[in-house]
Ligand binder design. Structure first.
Ligand code: HEM
Length: 526
């Protein structure tokens, strides 16, 4: 059919050019019109004639390849919700030639996160984006069973003892950083400031003193170049002849070399008294008795940097915007510290943070309303039935889950668009990810026990199942320490620009920039 269509069009084109001989302008115009017409026609044929009768319904589109690019790209959450109302929890849309099949609602989350490895693959979905940045031999470049072991190493490096050691370091880094904010009052751009602060605190704690020491120099530039190679376009195309791709590859090689150098020096000089992840990974061995190689450790360090940086900095940035929008929340956080700790000058610690539920709820609420990851993806490698329906999702489709949709579902959360940390006292929904289910539901994919039923939870900012986040305890600790330190010293309010909307053009959902707040030093105010 395709051949016939194109042969017909070619014959028409030849007849037109040979016989009619129009002016060049007319020729260009009519050729464009012809192409548009062919595209429109082809899109209809794809949807009406070639459609797989067993596959989920497809969101109608006008142009092939681009599909629903514009409506999806402008506001993905709105797009997901509107089409969920039309087609239910499972439907497909086309974007950049990829067929994305949504799995929405608690049942969709459950299907997506507990899907069998033989049917769906995270590796196939993410490797185009991640392998050039992280490197080979780790994460999505290895068999899933190896990833599970690597996740166990990462998770076990975040022990309570190391987290305990991190809190004073994060507090100190934050206090030093805010000395840059000059005068009694001023304006900061929150997205950039929180990205810097999160990088500094993560480097100081997780990535090793050597990386922290070089952060003001070369490493920050390398990180920037890697970051520019970790965007939606890199997800679509692994390699393009663009400067950003070249810089990504060069940055990967140089950062890897820096880590390899740190590792050999530590091997020669010893690794004692360190609480960072490198020191832990240097002592890890796979089940088969093999130690992690330096190459693997260096790549895992880069992977952790990319996994933790944007997620935590987006969450901290949104938290600060909400505190500036509602200064009474910052008052509450200060009152809580005074009530629980006896003052605003008591050093923060792992134990102290546990006594601040208002602070904890604030972070939980930010992750409900503004989760940094709104699209989690897998690739179908073998046709898979969508439970409770007639649909069979074909090989080659991408599955997509968006817990952000259930997290703002009015049938689950009262007044879901309202930022209200107190809901977590009232609704007691924190049970969601961890504790629904019974012991019979327990599963260990290789990095710790999870409950299979937890994937049915409506609240999943850290995902679920075998790919669930292992960074949650560190992320909470880091974000809470930063916020607790900031509210001690400053009042914040929004500028006349107001509250920014989410920026959906990025991989991680940050506030649209410039996202500004006005700070006022509290001692100056007093
Ligand atoms: C996985 C969110 C912080 C390391 C994930 C996933 C989500 C997520 C949704 C699941 C991805 C999937 O299923 O495809 C978050 C959020 C964070 C955060 C919201 C902060 C607020 C961190 C930090 C680290 C980290 C700080 C490391 C120190 C990882 C790793 C995975 C993961 C290693 C596993 C990927 C896999 O198994 O495929 N995270 N994350 N995350 N995250 Fe996080």
């Amino acid at each position: 059919l395709t051949d016939l269509l194109f042969q017909g069009l070619y014959a028409l084109h030849t007849f037109y050019v040979e016989s009619v001989r129009p002016s060049p302008v007319l020729l260009i115009l009519t050729t464009i019109l012809g192409l548009v017409f062919t595209a429109l026609l082809w899109a209809q044929i794809e949807q009406r004639v070639l459609a797989d009768p067993h596959a989920p319904p497809v969101v109608p589109y006008l142009f092939p390849f681009f599909g629903s690019m514009i409506t999806f790209g402008l506001d993905p959450i709105k797009f997901f919700r509107e089409n969920q109302a039309r087609y239910g929890d499972c439907y497909t849309f086309l974007v950049f030639g990829r067929r994305m099949t949504m799995c929405l609602g608690p049942d969709g989350n459950n299907f997506f996160f507990n899907a069998k490895l033989s049917h769906v693959s995270a590796e196939e979905a993410y490797k185009t984006l991640t392998v050039p940045v992280f490197g080979k031999g780790v994460v999505y470049d290895v068999h899933n069973s190896v990833l599970m072991e690597q996740k166990r190493f990462m998770k076990n490096s975040l022990t309570n003892d190391s987290l305990r050691a991190y809190v004073p370091m994060i507090e100190e880094e934050t206090s030093q950083y805010i000395q840059r904010w000059e005068g009694e009052t001023g304006t900061i751009e929150v997205v950039q400031s929180m990205a810097e602060l999160v990088t500094l605190t993560a480097a100081r704690t997780l990535f090793g003193a050597e990386i922290r020491a070089q952060l003001d120099e070369r490493v920050a530039d390398l990180y920037h170049d890697l970051d520019n190679g970790f965007t939606p376009i890199n997800f679509l195309f692994e390699n393009l002849p663009l400067e950003s791709y070249r810089r990504r590859d060069a940055a990967h090689i140089e950062l890897k070399a820096i880590y390899m150098d740190i590792l050999s020096k530590r091997e020669d000089l010893g690794n004692e008294d360190r609480v960072d992840i490198i020191s832990h990974l240097m002592n890890c061995t796979y089940k088969n008795g093999e130690a992690l190689s330096h190459n693997e450790i260096a790549s895992i360090m880069i992977a952790l940097l990319m996994a933790g940086q944007h997620t935590s900095s987006a969450t901290t940035a949104w938290a600060l915007m909400f505190l500036a929008e509602r200064p009474q929340l910052a008052d509450e956080l200060r009152e809580e510290q005074i009530r629980e700790l006896g003052g605003l000058d008591v050093p923060l610690s792992f134990e102290v943070l546990k006594r601040l539920p208002h602070l904890d709820n604030l972070v939980t609420e930010v992750l409900r309303l503004r989760p940094p990851i709104i699209e989690i993806i897998r690739k179908v490698v073998k046709p898979v039935e969508y439970p409770g329906s007639q649909y069979v999702i074909p090989t080659g489709h991408y599955l997509m889950s968006s817990p952000a949709v259930t997290q703002t579902d009015p049938s689950i959360y009262r007044d879901p668009q309202n930022f209200n940390p107190a809901r977590w006292f009232a609704d007691a929904k924190k049970e969601s990810a961890a504790s629904i289910g019974t012991a019979a539901d327990e599963v260990d994919y290789g990095f710790g026990v999870l409950r299979t039923t937890s994937a049915r939870s409506p609240y999943l900012p850290f995902g679920a199942g075998r790919h669930r986040c292992i960074g949650e305890p560190f992320a909470y600790l880091q974000i809470k320490t930063i916020l607790a330190t900031l509210v001690r010293d400053f009042d914040f309010k929004l500028t006349s620009r107001g509250m920014p909307a989410p920026d959906y053009t990025k991989m991680f959902i940050l506030p649209q920039t410039p996202a500004e707040v006005i700070y006022t030093r509290r001692e100056a105010k007093a």
